[in-house]
Design a protein around this ligand. Structure first.
Ligand SMILES: Nc1ncnc2c1ncn2[C@@H]1O[C@H](COP(=O)(O)OP(=O)(O)OP(=O)(O)O)[C@@H](O)[C@H]1O
Length: 276
């Protein structure tokens, strides 16, 4: 197994009295891809925001290449270094792209900040070509592009920083299925080419199947099951994972299976509550 590039250990975050993230630990090897799945409110986004540094945990560690991100200094050099460890791609690239500046200018600005001294014009061309865009898109404003193109730009901008880890939070959820497939293929190609590690936050098990090696299933802030994606999806051990799988309509899908899976989960949780 490759050395972990990302190590998350004992992460906790409570909002008021509500534990949003409850003792979450996992590692991702260099160039690996971990999916984090779970229903709405299970703590996926809060975990992602802590990894990126948008939220502080109440307890726990996040390390990239062995360097602690939580207790690192707050100076400019430290902030740049942290950004070069982890970048994030959000569901809605509109929110992360400045509507007033062209794609080319946005990429140039990111390169100037993170990699001064490189040939920025050549690198912008490279980055755009890596995500399947060209000179036309370089001159466009975000609103002049399609949703899929905007998401490619958001990925290019994250790549411009040359991060070790890319956290993708529902990054294809807003796109229609054919564009989703194109972006998922692009992400798979980039991982193979650049060796970046991915943390893929999604509620979509189809996405997990396509682009992750391992998956962690979150429920009520905690990881209830984790393993190789193919094994977890083929032979889920936790009743909650089974319920998630039964909830995906497909050929031969039987809505009654959801009822059975819900009952099995309730029985397990009642017996856990009784023991605690
Ligand atoms: N800033 C906040 N203030 C208060 N509560 C919050 C805050 N952020 C998240 N929460 C709560 O923490 C819990 C976990 O939320 P989180 O967004 O991490 O879940 P999620 O699994 O990503 O859900 P979704 O898929 O809907 O984004 C939820 O109950 C949510 O209401």
């Amino acid at each position: 197994m490759a050395e972990p590039v990302l190590e998350v250990s004992g992460l906790r975050k409570t909002f008021g009295t509500h534990p949003a993230v409850d003792d979450v630990s996992f590692t991702v090897p260099a160039g690996g891809s971990l999916g984090i799945v779970g229903e709405s409110g299970s703590g996926k986004t809060t975990t992602a925001r802590i990894i990126v540094g948008l939220e502080n945990p109440d307890a726990g560690h996040v390390r990239v290449d062995g360097h602690d991100r939580i207790n690192a200094g707050r100076g400019r050099a430290e902030r740049l270094r942290r950004a070069q460890q982890v970048q994030m791609v959000f569901q809605d690239p509109y929110l992360s792209l400045d509507p007033r500046i062209t794609v080319g200018a946005a990429l140039t600005e990111t390169l100037r900040l993170h990699h001064p001294g490189t040939d920025q014009a050549a690198r912008v061309t490279d980055l755009l070509s890596q995500v399947g865009l060209g000179a036309r898109e370089a001159q466009a404003l975000p609103r002049q592009l399609s949703g899929g193109q905007r998401q490619r730009v958001a990925i290019a901008r994250a790549l411009a920083v040359s991060p070790r880890v890319l956290v993708l939070d529902e990054a294809v959820a807003a796109l229609d299925v054919s564009v989703q497939a194109q972006i998922l293929n692009l992400l798979a190609d980039l991982r193979a080419e650049l060796g970046i590690a991915y943390v893929f936050i999604t509620h979509d098990l189809g996405v997990v199947r396509c682009v992750t090696d391992e998956v962690a299933v979150m429920r009520r802030g905690a990881i209830v099951e984790r393993g190789l994606t193919a094994s977890v999806l083929a032979e889920p051990e936790h009743p909650y994972t089974r319920l998630l799988l039964e909830s995906v309509p497909g050929p031969g899908w039987d809505p009654k299976a959801i009822v059975t899976a819900r009952k099995a989960l309730a029985a397990v949780e009642q017996s856990a509550d009784a023991q605690s």
